[in-house]
Structure formats: C-alpha cells, structure tokens
Design a protein around this ligand. Sequence first.
Ligand code: AP5
Ligand code: MG
Length: 208
Amino acid sequence: MKLIFLGPPGAGKGTQAEKVSEHYGIAHISTGEMLRREIREETPLGKAAKGYIDRGELVPDEVIIGMVKNRIQEADCSQGYLFDGFPRTIAQADALAAISPIDMVINIDVPAERLIERISGRRMCTGCGTGYHASMYDKDACEKCGSPLFIRDDDKPETVRNRIAVYERQTQPLITYYEAKGLLKTVDGDRTPEAVRADILALTEKLV
Ligand code: AP5
Ligand code: MG
C-alpha cells in the first residue's frame, strides 16, 4: 500500500501517519523528520536544510527528491509506505510519479484558525520523534521511549505563519493535481485524532 497524507502544518499528518503506518505494517516516511535528523546529526544535508526550515520555507526540490528516492529503496519499504509531508510541490509530485505508483492521497482538512492552536501546544520526542499536544499530555518525557520532549525550532508563531502561507502557495495546488488523477480523498481533520483515524482506515481498508 502506498499512501500520501496531504495537509497544512498542524493538520495532524504526523499524528495520523504514525498509527496508520503501524496498522498496515508499512514505512512512515516523514521528510520533515528526516531533515530534522540530518540537522541533529550535523550532516552536510542538515546544514544546508537548516536555514530553509528555520525560515519556514521549503527545502529545494532536488534535495528532497534525492532523499526520497534513496529512502524508498530501504528494506522496510517492501510492503509499502506512507508519505507524510511529501510531495509538497508539483515538481515533487511529478518526480514521485516517475519513480513510484500511489494508491491514494488523503487530504486532512483543518480550518486555518485551528492550526496555530495545535502547533503552539506541540511537543516532540527527542528520541523517537513521537508528537504530543500539551493539552492532551502534560509529562516532560516520551511515554514510548522515555526521552525528553522538546519544542520544534520552526514552531515559533512568526515561522508558523510563514509555513502556512508557503503551504497555501506551493502545496495546496496538489489538491487539484491529485483530484484530477482520481486519487484524492478528503477527511475532516477537525475532530478527535481517533475519529480522524477511523475515517482514514475506512477509506484505506479497501486497498488491502
Ligand atoms: P514537516 O515536519 O513536514 O512539518 P509540516 O508539514 O509543517 O507539518 P507539521 O509536522 O507541523 O504538522 P502535522 O500535520 O504533522 O501535525 P501533527 O500531527 O504534528 O516539515 C517541516 C519543514 O521541513 C518544512 O517547513 C520544510 O522546511 C521542510 N520540509 C519537509 N518536507 C519537505 C518537502 N517535501 N519539501 C520541501 N521541504 C520540506 O499535529 C500538530 C499538533 O496537533 C500536535 O501537537 C498534535 O498532538 C496535535 N493534533 C494532531 N491531531 C489532532 C486532532 N485531531 N485534534 C487535536 N489536536 C491534534
Ligand atoms: Mg509532522
């Protein structure tokens, strides 16, 4: 099964992708997580990407496409994969179409006013990358691996506003792109994580 989760920053792509990939035993490919790991490890790619991420801009297409091409060759992708935060531009979507078929694109729809509220409460695990929201989880350590939680550098309000504007300009056009290919399904993401997940599983069960 090969899926894409599309949606603005804070829509819940990561939250849903973590559980849905586990449910189907497919790889969860978050380009944002991959980039943050490169930054933590201070690799050349991480150093080149950091400025873009800190400003809330997109990392250049060729960097992302190269990273994804390598990632889908890895062993855990043999049963399929779920892209979270990729593709983000028409150029990335065209490049993906040339290297891998996709079964379904799930567009997680959340009103803009809810996004800031969600992102401002987000806490991430330094160890395994699991995401939490301060209103639902008030501990300082990850419940899965015990590592401390942190606030993402790009979750500052001014950067978040730019990320949302960048989404509207560069990524939102993918909704019509995938609609035209007959691959797009939209779920109402403005409900509890469990209700959103139930809808996603109902849509994707048919692909098994
Ligand atoms: P990336 O890491 O992909 O960030 P993003 O798209 O901005 O999305 P987020 O991770 O902020 O939101 P999410 O939808 O995953 O929401 P989450 O589940 O965490 O990208 C970061 C940067 O990397 C980009 O700005 C860019 O620079 C670069 N980059 C990455 N991919 C790239 C690409 N392909 N091309 C170019 N550049 C790229 O949820 C948010 C919060 O809400 C959490 O606290 C969560 O607990 C809570 N929450 C989730 N669901 C619900 C719910 N249903 N109800 C209430 N709260 C909820
Ligand atoms: Mg995410």
